[in-house]
Design a protein around this ligand. Structure first.
Ligand SMILES: [Ca+2]
Length: 406
């Protein structure tokens, strides 16, 4: 019942034109929405390696004193996607702020909406006048300070009017925006987009290789430029400093082609790195003690890029990859840590933009497909709520909650 109320409350979002700034409220129309399941059936996940083909056996515990519900087998889990909210304009992310149940939806043209089960949606930020919008350009990323409740600070990643990548600090109380980092982009594509605070308290920024094709700007394997990298900085009062332990300057790792979406899970950093013509990949490293070179453009996935021989020594190879016969562009997501589907704990959810399936992989490298091809059109991103439940975000403007089927 609570779920139904939630779904009815966070209903159809009809966007209103506005020129509002941070925190200003605008009237929007809420309409009830149907709880339409996109797909209520999934192919039972099949083991990707013989090592996983262990028959499932019933628990044989003889204890009768516990009332804790046993966690079922992930092999018995089926997932459906239920429309949660719709009417957004090119959404690319949904996140909670620390300590809040409210959710923040990022729209690529330059708006962030805040949605609350007990209130109408409001425009939280509108920087559309300062954003260049393109297929891979726009307002791409949002990260709240871990101390947001005390300092009102959040961070955005967007494409400036001249095409540069901009990382800004924004004070939600005053509306003041401070430029932290500006990076020249030699082409319109491969701008990365995700920013996130790591468990180390630093701000991490993913940037693509500058764009075009074939790493034509020669950025992939360089640590003396900011493109094709994962950066790590310490924001400080509208400026930043560089933490100890980076490879060079702001650069924490190199060898990324276009890390559009990635996520931390404790000591693990999971990255969906978009491939060129052959392979899409998921990478995972222990960020406290891992290699710092993700291979591009020496390698595309686990292959030497362009064929021939190459050395993979010192490179992070994908924990999972798929060929372009199964998709065109990976959309990375989040590791599931919610309570509703404990079987799914530790699984990194991701999707393919063209094929519309949703899969996951864990540290063991075993892939599980939860929603088949054509379940969605144009999955731009994933979202996560304060409870750790995970959502699919589509270019058409809808958010779908992933939940237990049946
Ligand atoms: Ca790679």
């Amino acid at each position: 019942m609570r779920l139904m109320l939630l779904l009815m409350g966070l209903a159809l979002l009809v966007l209103a034109c506005s020129d509002t700034d941070v925190g200003e409220q605008v009237p929007v129309t809420l309409l009830p929405t149907e709880t339409t399941a996109v797909s209520t059936t999934t192919t039972p996940p099949s083991p990707a390696s013989p090592g996983d083909a262990t028959p499932t056996t019933a628990a044989t515990t003889t204890s009768t004193t516990t009332t804790t519900m046993p966690v079922g087998s992930i092999d018995d889990l089926t997932i459906e996607a239920v429309e949660f909210a719709t009417g957004f304009n090119q959404p690319v992310l949904m996140l909670p702020a620390p300590g809040q149940s409210r959710l923040y939806v990022v729209e690529q043209p330059g708006l962030i909406w805040v949605i609350d089960a007990d209130d109408d949606p409001n425009v939280f930020l509108d920087i559309s006048d300062d954003v260049r919008l393109g297929s891979e350009q726009g307002l791409l990323g949002l990260a709240f300070s871990p101390e947001y409740a005390e300092n009102d600070l959040f961070y955005i990643h967007y494409t400036a009017r001249n095409g540069d990548t901009m990382i800004e600090e924004v004070n939600a109380a005053s509306g003041m925006r401070s430029e932290l980092l500006r990076v020249d982009q030699p082409a319109a594509n491969h701008n990365g987009g995700m920013i996130s605070f790591g468990p180390d308290g630093n701000l991490w920024i993913g940037l693509g290789d500058g764009g075009g094709a074939n790493d034509q700007f020669g950025q992939g394997q360089r640590s003396d430029t900011l493109l094709g990298t994962m950066l790590r900085i310490v924001p400080e009062s509208g400026q930043y400093s560089i933490p100890s332990g980076n490879l060079a300057g702001e650069v924490w790792a190199i060898g990324l082609r276009n890390p559009w979406r990635w996520a931390f899970d404790g000591d693990d950093l999971w990255i969906g790195d978009v491939g060129q013509n052959r392979i899409e990949e998921v990478d995972v490293v222990d960020w406290t003690d891992g290699s710092r070179n993700f291979g591009w453009s020496t390698m595309e996935g686990s292959e030497c890029f362009g064929g021939g021989n190459c050395s993979s020594e010192g490179l992070v190879l994908p924990v999972y990859e798929y060929p372009h016969s199964e998709g065109c562009s990976i959309t990375g997501g989040f590791v599931y840590r919610g309570a509703a589907m404990p079987e799914l704990a530790g699984q990194y959810l991701f999707a393919d933009y063209c094929e519309g399936w949703v899969r996951s992989v864990a540290r063991d490298g075993i892939m599980r497909e939860w929603l088949p091809a054509d379940s969605f059109s144009a999955i731009t991103s994933f979202g996560v709520d304060a409870a750790g439940e995970i959502y699919v975000v589509t270019a058409a403007g809808s958010l779908f909650r992933l939940q237990r089927a049946g």
